[in-house]
Design a protein around this ligand. Structure first.
Ligand SMILES: C[S@@+](CC[C@H](N)C(=O)[O-])C[C@H]1O[C@@H](n2cnc3c(N)ncnc32)[C@H](O)[C@@H]1O
Length: 502
């Protein structure tokens, strides 16, 4: 996979790529994608194109499924939705009983079915004249050319126009969107950041987990799915349907999934969180509810305008008590570290808000600070340079390779580089964590492109804007972080690649 060209050249078309995964029945979930062999983190699992085209809008605009339904409907009315597009949609889950014996047969039981549709799509594009009136438009393949594994009559699937109800169901269960473009690739490709929503069919075969092992993001019209953790042979590749709710307690997550997707989540994280002692669950809920309460939100959004940490003192104390209670309960229960990180995510709002409050300068005055969740002014003398390192570790447990994960590792690097001596192991650790996070999202790119991606991301304020990048206005931190990255980027990539081939 030529990541360098993909992330820097908008004219480069990477085509469709299906990595070491196969489609197969997964008990209780219908079909799912399962690793064919050991897949090391940072390996590409899928590169796919959307059905028709993805719908784009100016950054920040919320694009909802009904917008996509309307756009696809328009494409259909204007003759811009091909028979192959219709078939690609009909191969997807439509809300019926996921394990019914007919559903796999009707909707496709292998990635071969999807490839077959793609091939027809391509042939139709290459031979538009011959195409007329013949199924997908291409001459019927000879028996010898027909892939043996296919069980589905894809031509028949593409024939009838899509009904409104069909389109709605397919979009409701299978669409993916984001309200901004990739924060590294879009600037490198000199593309504006845009909101996007679409259906990328092979991606829609991934089932959900509250602690997924892949990360997905779009570059132009393509959607990339990368292994964001090592995936064992026979293990299911999963994505997360929850958005920000991935950092909510179990009950909230499960009830949203049930309401939106109709299933009871029994992922590893849900099962493990269910089995913890009642005191731990109660501490998670209390911390989450405190941090997301109306009173806390009001304080957090109003007080910082006054640059007044004192106004937040009561909230800080309550949050500190709530997170300490959770830590003590997990310690008393002797929980393993991975489960502790999952539970911290379930109460992430408390850990995060506490870290941000503690980051505010103590003295009130003309500090130039913006809102608590959107500070824009000069860098403060940071209280705890390791706060972002801890937050990054928590986030990686449920959203590896996500924007939040990458952002926090960059923040951790710039702060430790400012706070400690260059030889300090904390700086080396932060450098490694930052490179690892970026490589697991972007794959093993060249040093120059990795560097450019990191720089582009570190210049982006709008998305998180939550904690100001210390180095941004200072220069010194950036230069130091930059030189550290230069030394170790190639090494980190080699380590990751090496780990995969062992
Ligand atoms: C985008 S589709 C995923 C692929 C789908 N399993 C298929 O057979 O095409 C979403 C649907 O898959 C099922 N699903 C996804 N994740 C699941 C999970 N963790 N547990 C149970 N069902 C799940 C649900 O029926 C959900 O509405």
């Amino acid at each position: 996979m030529d990541y360098d060209r993909l992330y820097t050249q908008p004219s480069f078309n990477p085509g469709r790529l299906v990595g070491p995964i196969k489609l197969q029945p997964v008990p209780g979930k219908g079909r799912g994608l399962v690793a064919d062999r050991e897949v090391p983190l940072a390996e590409t699992l899928l590169v796919v194109e959307p059905v028709g085209t993805a719908l784009a809008a100016p950054e920040g605009r919320e694009l909802l499924p009904h917008h996509l339904v309307a756009a696809l409907d328009n494409m259909a009315a204007g003759g811009r939705l091909t028979a192959a597009d219709r078939a690609r949609l009909r191969l997807l889950y439509d809300g019926s009983a996921p394990d019914s014996p007919t559903s796999a047969r009707v909707r496709g039981a292998s990635l071969e079915d999807f490839r077959k549709v793609e091939d027809k799509l391509r042939r139709a594009a290459e031979a538009p004249k011959k195409a007329k009136g013949k199924g997908f438009g291409a001459p019927a393949p000879t028996a010898a050319a027909t892939p043996a594994a296919s069980t589905v009559n894809t031509a028949a699937l593409g024939e009838a126009p899509l009904t409104a109800a069909e389109l709605q169901a397919m979009v409701a269960f299978n669409s993916w969107g984001n309200s901004y473009s990739d924060l590294g690739a879009a600037p490198l490709r000199k593309e504006p950041s845009e909101a996007v929503i679409g259906v990328w069919p092979e991606f829609a075969l991934l089932n959900h987990s509250c602690a997924p092992n892949t990360v997905a993001f779009n570059v132009g019209q393509h959607l990339l799915v990368q292994a964001a953790a090592d995936i064992g042979q026979g293990q299911e590749a999963t994505t997360c349907y929850l958005g920000d709710l991935v950092q909510a307690p179990r009950e909230q997550r499960r009830s949203w999934l049930k309401g939106s997707y109709g299933f009871d989540c029994e992922c590893e994280r849900c099962k493990a969180e269910k089995a913890v002692p009642a005191e731990v669950s109660a501490a998670v809920t209390a911390a989450y509810e405190l941090a997301t309460s109306e009173q806390a939100t009001k304080l957090a959004t109003e007080a910082p305008g006054r640059s007044d940490r004192a106004a937040l003192r009561p909230l800080e104390e309550q949050l500190a008590a709530a997170t300490e209670r959770l830590e003590a309960a997990m310690e008393a229960a002797g929980l393993e570290e991975r489960l502790r990180q999952w539970l911290r995510n379930s109460a992430y709002a408390a850990y995060f808000t506490l870290a941000v409050i503690r980051d505010l300068p103590d003295a009130s005055g003309p500090g130039g600070l913006g809102g608590l969740f959107g500070r824009t002014g000069a860098a403060a003398p940071f209280g705890d340079p390791e706060a972002p390192t801890r937050l990054a570790g928590i986030v990686e447990a449920v959203a590896p390779g996500s924007d939040l994960h990458l952002y926090l590792t960059l923040e951790a690097l710039s702060r430790t580089a400012e706070a400690y001596d260059r030889e300090d192991p904390r700086v080396a650790e932060a450098t490694k964590a930052c490179l690892r996070a970026h490589i697991l999202r972007y794959g093993v790119v060249s040093d120059a492109v990795l560097r450019a991606l990191l720089e582009a991301r570190s210049r982006t304020q709008h998305y998180l804007g939550r904690i100001t990048l210390a180095s941004q206005s200072e220069g010194a931190g950036t230069a130091l972080a930059g030189s550290l990255l230069k030394q170790t980027a190639a090494q980190a990539a080699r380590e990751l690649a090496g780990a995969g081939s062992e």
